[in-house]
Design a protein around this ligand. Structure first.
Ligand SMILES: [Zn+2]
Length: 212
């Protein structure tokens, strides 16, 4: 569902450009709104959310899909935790649909899906592991890396229940905006994937903005 935002970039309290292959790991407070902006289009922002007070409570794709009765995320979706509590609500979306079943790229899945020599290529899971290692104050380890959302990524579910990675439906300047219902740690890997069309074989920067 396409829903535009009324928030102006000049009123944001924080904005960061995240290059492809880099991560973003920051706390967003309850009541704040975060926007992820696909600057050049066709990018994938692989994202995890945690309760900032207790990161063992985190985004749950399973609970979110079951409660909304829809495998795709868009404006109106409430992102639920593994304890069934509302973490964030998608309040604006100019892309229209986001994946939460395809999972993130990893060196292992690159090897299985593409070729053995892809093993050494940088993947989203590496960026998340680097993030938790470089941000020890959150008290997280690699066992906290669980299922995620792929904002802007087009992963249609077929009638037979299969998954396909397709060329993106996002475009330059499209964005998704979420309002936090609790203090959350936002962990984004801006995907460096070069083997599937999720980012048109051309990883590009994203911008992340926060409003009070
Ligand atoms: Zn990736």
């Amino acid at each position: 569902m396409i829903q535009h935002s009324h928030l102006l970039a000049e009123h944001a309290v924080r904005s960061d450009v995240v290059k492809a292959g880099d991560y973003y790991m920051e706390v967003v407070k309850a009541g704040q709104t975060i926007r992820i902006l696909d600057i050049e289009g066709n990018q994938a922002a692989d994202t995890l959310f945690y309760n900032a007070i207790d990161p063992s409570e985190r985004y749950s794709a399973v609970d979110t899909i079951r409660e909304q009765g829809n495998v795709y995320l868009t404006a109106g979706s409430t992102l639920l935790s593994n304890e069934g509590r509302a973490m964030l609500e998608i309040v604006a979306d100019t892309c229209g649909r986001h994946d939460t079943v395809g999972g993130a790229c990893a060196t292992e899945s690159n090897t299985v899906r593409y070729a053995l020599e892809k093993k050494c290529m940088h993947a989203c899971r590496d960026s998340w592991l680097l993030a938790v290692a470089q941000n020890e104050h959150f008290g997280m380890t690699k066992r906290d890396i669980t299922h995620n959302i792929n904002f802007f990524m087009n992963v249609p579910v077929t009638a037979e229940g299969g998954l396909t990675f397709e060329d993106g439906i996002s475009g330059a300047g499209k964005y998704v905006e979420l309002k936090a219902q609790m203090d959350v740690i936002v962990l984004v890997s801006n995907c460096p994937q070069l083997n599937n069309p999720c980012n048109a074989y051309n990883p590009t920067p994203i911008e992340i903005l926060v409003w009070n």
